[in-house]
Design a protein around this ligand. Structure first.
Ligand code: GLA
Length: 393
């Protein structure tokens, strides 16, 4: 070995040593950051005892899910997300979901849908009437002349059997008896809420039936990315990846048309604040009292899913992206919120202080053969996934 070769091997060793030291410090730093992150605690007034109760002889509890900095509180009463905490642009843990302080507050209402798992059929069925295999079924109207979110005592009122399989997963199961709320077939529903990493809430919905039926499950989280009780969501910047939406009549039932969003206040293909056009002179916005419409997804695909929406809280910098296997998303701007419910933060649910992005098949699907079908047959499994991914910008 000549001197220069020896020299270069020596140099290489020093470089490698330095690099590995550097690597160790980097790893240690990351470890420190991770430890610091996992030590982040959420400030909350929630008290487990206020959720501990029994309804219909079944135990109801508050469950905590955690994956690094993403943390979530749920109750098995209605399969509800009670709160969800993620860091804002300054690292402050922020609760981005509207919720209440006790099980009884949810039972007493008046709003029944905060954070709830919705079924058997999300959104409206015209006059509550529909046909399956030629036979007419009827769900008692609970929203003017129409049936909303599975009827009067939909899944939001059921006590789900809960199984927390690890720190970050809650499996909820409910068997809806044949004929419940007027729907045919015994439906076995299983919904898995999981914080799959420290940025992502994944909701995995599954159902089977013993008779042909209809099913369209969703979650009715009300979001405020600046934090629950921080004012309206009108300055949130929203993007919805839909070229079309399904216009409705006065009763918010789709007319059957798929209408281009282009040139209308429904065009969120580029970012707009929610409030920018919400009070525009537009018949559809008048019917909804703001946005309360189903957007047709599929124009943007990622990871085998439809990218539904991307929304940023103007104060917090919290960015939420919604991905789903569903063909539609109901964008609802809390137009019916009326300061009637006290929230966790002590604030009231004032008008437009939250928005919903309910991933779904289109409203009133059973009465529109052109819409993607929500029929489920015995032997088949209904399975669909939606993810809410959080970061900051
Ligand atoms: C859905 C509906 C709205 C409203 C809310 C619940 O988003 O489309 O019209 O009923 O649920 O208040």
């Amino acid at each position: 070995m000549n001197i220069s070769k020896k020299y270069s091997i020596g140099l290489l060793a020093v470089v490698m040593l330095l690099a590995s030291c550097n690597e160790t410090t980097k790893k240690e730093k990351m470890k420190e950051e991770n430890t610091a992150a996992s030590e982040k605690t959420v400030e909350t007034s929630l008290n487990e005892a206020d959720f501990d109760t029994e309804i219909d002889g079944k135990p109801v509890k508050l469950y905590w899910l955690k994956n690094g900095d993403l943390q979530m509180a749920m109750t098995n009463y209605g399969g509800r997300i009670v709160g969800l905490w993620t860091p804002d642009k300054n690292g402050k843990m922020t609760d981005v979901i509207i919720g209440r302080r006790s099980t009884m507050a949810y039972v007493d209402g008046p709003e029944s849908y905060f954070g709830a798992t919705i079924g058997r059929v999300g959104n409206r069925i015209a006059k509550g009437k529909f046909k399956v295999e030629g036979k007419e079924y009827s769900v008692k109207p609970n929203n003017n002349a129409n049936a909303l979110h599975g009827g009067e005592n939909g899944f939001q009122d059921k006590v789900w059997e809960a199984n927390q399989s690890n720190d970050y997963t809650l499996v909820l199961q409910y068997t809806s008896p044949d004929g419940e709320e007027g729907f045919p077939g015994e439906l076995d529903a299983k919904v898995t809420y999981s914080l799959i990493d420290e940025h992502t809430l994944k909701i995995d919905y599954e159902a089977t039936t013993d008779k042909t039926t209809v099913v369209n499950l969703t979650n009715h989280a009300y979001f405020n990315l600046n934090g629950e009780g921080s004012g309206t969501i009108l300055d949130h910047k929203m993007q919805i990846f839909a070229e079309e939406f399904t216009p409705v009549d006065e009763g918010l039932i789709p007319t059957g048309e798929l209408r281009k969003v282009e040139g209308t206040p429904f065009d969120f293909t580029g970012p707009h604040t929610i409030g920018e056009r919400i009070d525009a002179n537009n018949e559809q916005l008048k019917f909804g009292g703001g946005y309360d419409h189903n957007f047709v997804l599929g124009s943007q695909r990622s990871d085998g899913m439809n990218q539904a929406a991307k929304v940023v809280g103007d104060k917090s910098g919290i960015l939420m992206q919604v991905y789903t296997e569903e063909p539609g998303v109901q964008f609802y701007t809390g137009n019916f919120m009326a300061s009637k419910n006290a929230l966790k933060s002590g604030a009231k649910d004032d008008k437009r202080t939250a928005f919903c992005l309910e991933t779904q098949h289109f409203p009133d699907a059973p009465n529109h053969p052109d819409f993607p079908s929500i029929e489920l047959k015995p032997g088949d499994t209904y399975h669909t996934v939606t993810e809410y991914r959080f970061s900051t910008e």
